[in-house]
Structure formats: C-alpha cells, structure tokens
Design a protein around this ligand. Structure first.
Ligand SMILES: *Cc1c(COP(=O)(O)O)cnc(C)c1O
Length: 388
C-alpha cells in the first residue's frame, strides 16, 4: 500500500524546482522567499478543485496560505485527496463553523498571564515566541494568532515572557513554540536559550517545531551547534503521514540528534489522512529509523472550520490497539484529547483492564487473550518500619 519503509524509498530532491541551483534550494531563506502564498501561484502548479479555489480566497482573511517548495514537492498533483495536499491547501470547508468549534478551542487565552505565556500546568509553561510559520497547517489550533490574517493582534513579548518565567520558581519546564520558533534567527534563538538557561529553576527546555518537516534546510550545522551549546534542548517535530518522511528530514533529524537533541513527534489524527493503523504504523516505523520517538497522537482540536479534519476518536483507539504489542513499544504514541475549553491533555487508552476485584486484576493482552494477575491480596503486609 505504501512504499516499503526503507530509507532508500524516502523522497528526496528538488522535484518541480530541479532547475534551481542546489545552493539556492538548500538555502532556507530561498525556500522562504519562494513559498507558495497566492492562489495565482498555486494554480500554475496544480489543478485546483472549485472548493480549494474558494478556500484560498477565504484563507486570505483567516489563516494565510503558505507552502515551502520542499513540502509542496510531496503533494501528488494527480490525487485530490493526497494526505499532504489536504494538510496545507485551503478548502472551503474551513469556512463552515460547526457547533462547539471556537477560535481558542483549548482555552489558552484564559491562562495567559502575559502575552505569549500559557501557564496551564503546575510546573511548566508554553512560551509562544513568534506568530509565523514556514507553512500553515489548515487545522492549526492557534490559527487565531498565527499568520497575521485575522484581526487578532498578537505580538509575543519575549522580555515579558522571560521575566514571568524568572519570577515563577515553580516553572521548571519551558516549551518554546509559536508560530514556529525556528523561524527566529540563529542570534535570537541563541540569546533566548541563553536567557532561559540563566534562570536557575528552569531545568527542562524544549521546542515544538514543524520546521524540520516544512523546511529541513533551516537545520544548519550552525543551528545544531546552538542547541548543543545550550543543551540538553529537547524537540518535538510534527509529522502526520509517512509521505512527509523525506531524506532531507532524516538528515535534519540526524544533525539535531548528533547535537544532543532528543527528538519526539506529535501527530494529529486527521480524517482520511492518517486515521488507519497501516498508515500510522508506517509513519512510526519511519520515525524510529530517524531516532524520533512518537510522543503524542492528538485528537484534532475543535478549531473553527475543522469538521472535515476530525476523525472519530474510536479510530485513534483502534490505531493504538493495532500498534501496542504488535510493534516496537517505542513506536506507540500517547493518544490524547486536549480538553475543550482548557482541560489540558487527557490520555485516551484502549482498555486492557477488564476488572479489578477480590485482589485480582482481569486483563486482556494485545492478542485479546485473558489473563489474571493477583493484585496485592496475598502480598505480605509491609513491616511497620516500611509502612508510611
Ligand atoms: C502540551 C502543553 C504543555 C506540555 O505538556 P506535556 O504533556 O508536558 O508535553 C505545556 N503547556 C501547555 C499549555 C500545553 O498545551
């Protein structure tokens, strides 16, 4: 169904831009300058459906259109349902707002003490450092504040954010995101990481970025050296489908890994894009081959205009059940729903525990065979010294 997962079969190269000098193609600034951002450009490259054309006109005032040449090459122009195409090419269904959908589906605005800081969990903050991305995912949970297409006036304030973190000793973990933080210059990233490292209570620093996927050229040796200097810096990338695993992405991940950056992956469960066990198994196998540990598989947030992207949660549970035990444990992500309105991440799991009673646990394994585990009843009482 999908080409074998071996690295030799992963996409590589300049595709439609094969006449561009390699020095330009490999320059991340060239990739950004040559992004596809208008309907007119798109129409020279692809035959759009009327729904996509209308979607592009709608996108101009909701969530901008932008696709890097690197990522555009992964689109199959002959397949209107191409899983890469649907992630980045606007569709008029984005204009349909269903009941329950909102501009701030996970209730971030209510937990922003200063612009750019989301402090929802006790010991960690989300630090939004830019409102721009290399390309825009059509199901973006933060479409209200990225791409500058809506009237929302978001100016991340690095100084205020840093001061907030410095003033809150309970913050031991900082997740830098945006927008995409790797769009900042090397000098800014270096300075930001240096400032965070100088705060004694900040133990753990990580970044959430789709740049390795959209713009692997950005992961230069110089950038990797900055991560090494301030390390350990962890990073979560974002892939949804095996087609996104290119040799360029693998090389970018290698530069990061060898600079000491532990890598994770976040996927969003998307209707008709990656909502089958076969596709997700192929994706997680390719991720493991690049030293990337699948971290979360999110249910798609209830962002306005996302109905066409949302898959039944049961499909997510079926995927996890098809992975757990059937393939490498490291390859199984945590299925998660971010509680609408501000509940935070809630893990969703297939049920392996049938019952707990009379000191036993009744279990089913990955093959659906029944097992019983004596749970504590016949354990000796701990000695008085060890009680407490
Ligand atoms: C996802 C998220 C985090 C990080 O959560 P982990 O489970 O530690 O990865 C922190 N803050 C906010 C607001 C988040 O949405």
């Amino acid at each position: 169904m999908y080409p074998a997962d071996q690295r030799d079969n992963w996409y590589a190269g300049q595709g439609r831009w094969s006449d561009v000098p390699a020095s330009d193609w490999n320059d991340w600034h060239w990739q950004l300058r040559n992004r596809i951002t208008t309907l007119a450009q798109l129409e020279t490259l692809l035959e759009l459906s009327p729904q996509e054309r209308a979607g592009c006109l709608f996108a101009a005032h909701k969530l901008a259109l932008a696709i890097t040449p690197h990522f555009f090459n992964l689109i199959d122009p002959l397949d209107p349902n191409c899983p890469v195409r649907r992630q980045v090419i606007p569709h008029i269904d984005e204009s349909v707002v269903a009941p329950g959908e909102s501009a701030d589906p996970v209730g971030e605005e209510g937990t922003m003490p200063v612009p750019g800081i989301v402090h929802r969990y006790p010991d960690r903050v989300l630090f939004l450092v830019t409102d721009r991305c290399a390309s825009y995912c059509r199901y973006c949970t933060r479409s209200r504040l990225v791409s500058n297409a809506q009237s929302y006036d978001f100016h991340p304030e690095l100084e205020q954010g840093l001061q907030y973190i410095a003033a809150h000793p309970e913050v031991r973990d900082v997740l830098i995101s945006g927008g995409d933080p790797l769009l900042l210059s090397d000098a800014k990233i270096d300075a930001l990481l240096g400032r965070l490292r100088a705060i004694p209570h900040v133990e753990f620093i990580r970044m959430g970025s789709r740049i390795p996927v959209f713009l692997p050229q950005r992961i230069t040796p110089e950038l990797a050296a900055i991560f090494r200097k301030h390390g350990p810096i962890w990073m979560s990338i974002h892939t949804n489908h095996p087609k996104e695993i290119t040799r360029e992405l693998a090389e970018a991940c290698e530069r990061l890994s060898l600079a000491g950056v532990p890598l994770g992956n976040q996927s969003v469960l998307l209707n008709g894009i990656n909502d089958t066990p076969e596709i997700m198994k192929s994706l997680v196998h390719r991720l493991l081959m690049m030293r990337v540990r699948p971290y979360y598989l999110y249910a798609c947030d209830l962002i306005e205009g996302s109905t066409h992207f949302r898959a039944p949660i049961q499909k997510g549970i079926d995927i996890i059940r098809a992975l757990r035990g059937h393939t490498t444990g490291y390859g199984v992500p945590q299925l998660t729903i971010d509680g609408p309105g501000g509940g935070g991440k809630i893990p969703i799991n297939p049920e392996y525990v049938q019952a707990i009673h009379d000191g036993i646990v009744e279990l089913r394994n990955f093959e659906d065979r029944a097992y019983v585990y004596p749970s504590g009843k016949q354990m000796p009482d701990p000695t008085p010294e060890l009680r407490e």
